[in-house]
Design a protein around this ligand. Structure first.
Ligand code: NAD
Length: 360
């Protein structure tokens, strides 16, 4: 089959890590007989330098008209880059908010998988880490507290701040459907996470999640209060498959889930909208401190390409092949600097890409 992919290398280590992911997509194309036509566009600081804005309409149109978008990272050294002298809406990161909004991406997927070989990097107690875990945090991205009306006013002589948390049933239903669909491609278990003992928005969340669950009898569905979920991620992470939750809870829980893996350079992410188009990017930033040195870990971006194959192109077998190739390389003892440990073989960013390419 033939697919059109928009590539956004971005800033810092972005171009290096995206190059390795493209290499891996080439291997997949070769093995399974697909062609991935790619078009590269600028976004972030490099776009500011060329066009004066972090994202041009042309770049946005290219992304909107493709099957999927693969992004490296944007942004520079916040302390001394001239990009950060610009007003907030003209800075590199403004492009991220704009592209997510324009592409209508309301679901953020962040898998947190503990690789057996990297379990030593996890901050979890050894007996917990040894059991392993593989969860997917499905976070609502465009509603809730972060997008509600907010203001600060003086009430009875005291400064008083108000933030509002609103969800309607359609917003909940569409992300719940994404979660159950994702669960069908995984271990068929969705945990709806809310604060239904206190919040009205959470009671509606839970009600709609249960309605959607009725359409997926093959998927186990349970509920958990967010405070308990935060605790369970630390003491029993193996319980979870898909964690379905609203914007702010998801913001916090996805970082916690990332932290317990202990390896930032390994974590992919996907943002999906109503159709198949999605934006795929590593969970880390542009790492300006190591940019251009060919030492970055490309695995988070390579695994983001695997998510792209699975969720935008429906190529499940191909996605699995990429994930298995990553596991194999780790098992054989190859490591980039950020995940290096005693007795392992240290490799560069491009060597890691080559090793994964060869194993597909
Ligand atoms: P960062 O994730 O870029 O880096 C944090 C630390 O982790 C650094 O020491 C870095 O060298 C290391 N690191 C990150 N990714 C790595 C990889 N693949 N391999 C090896 N080491 C890696 O976070 P930061 O330093 O807070 O931010 C740097 C820039 O990235 C900022 O401009 C920030 O705004 C931007 N940022 C962009 C995104 C995005 O594009 N989605 C996300 C987060 C931060």
């Amino acid at each position: 089959m033939e697919f059109n992919i928009t590539l956004i290398p971005g800033d810092g280590i972005g171009p290096e890590i995206v190059r390795e992911a493209v290499k891996v997509l080439k291997a997949v194309g070769k093995k399974y007989g697909h062609s991935f036509n790619s078009k590269e566009v600028d976004m972030g600081g490099c776009s500011i330098d060329k066009y004066g804005v972090p994202l041009t309409e042309e770049a946005l149109n290219t992304a909107a008209n493709s099957d999927a978008v693969l992004l490296g990272a944007v942004g520079g050294n916040v302390g001394n880059s001239p990009w950060y002298q610009l007003p907030p809406d003209k800075r590199p990161e403004a492009a991220l908010l704009r592209i997510r909004k324009e592409l209508g991406l309301f679901a953020n997927l962040r898998p947190a998988l503990l690789y057996e070989e990297l379990a030593g990097a996890s901050p979890l107690r050894k007996d917990i880490a040894d059991k392993g875990f593989d969860m997917l945090i499905m976070r609502e991205l465009t509603g809730g507290l972060y997008f509600g009306k907010r203001y600060t006013e003086e009430v009875n002589g005291k400064l008083t701040a108000v933030d509002t948390l609103t969800y309607n049933e359609d917003e909940i239903r569409r992300i719940a459907i994404k979660a159950f669909e994702a669960a069908r491609k995984r271990k068929k278990h969705v945990t709806g996470v809310d604060k239904a003992n206190v919040l009205d928005s959470s009671r509606l969340w839970r009600k709609v999640v249960h309605e959607v669950a009725a359409d997926y009898p093959d998927v186990v569905c349970d509920d958990m209060l967010v405070d308990n979920c935060a605790m369970q991620i630390a003491v029993n992470p193996g319980f979870f498959d898909v964690v379905l939750t609203e914007n702010m809870f998801g913001d916090i829980l996805s970082d916690e889930a990332a932290a317990v893996t202990g390896s930032l350079g390994m974590l992919p992410s996907a943002s999906l909208g109503e159709g198949k188009l999605g934006l795929y990017e590593p969970s880390h930033g542009s790492a300006p401190d190591i940019a251009g040195k060919n030492v970055a870990n490309p695995i988070a971006t390579i695994l983001s390409a695997a998510l792209l194959l699975r969720y935008s192109l429906d190529l499940d077998e191909e996605a699995k092949a990429v994930e298995e190739a990553v596991k194999k390389v780790l098992k054989e003892g190859f490591r980039t600097g950020d995940i290096m440990s005693e007795g392992m073989k240290k490799v560069s960013c491009s060597e890691m890409g080559d090793l994964i390419y060869e194993r597909i």
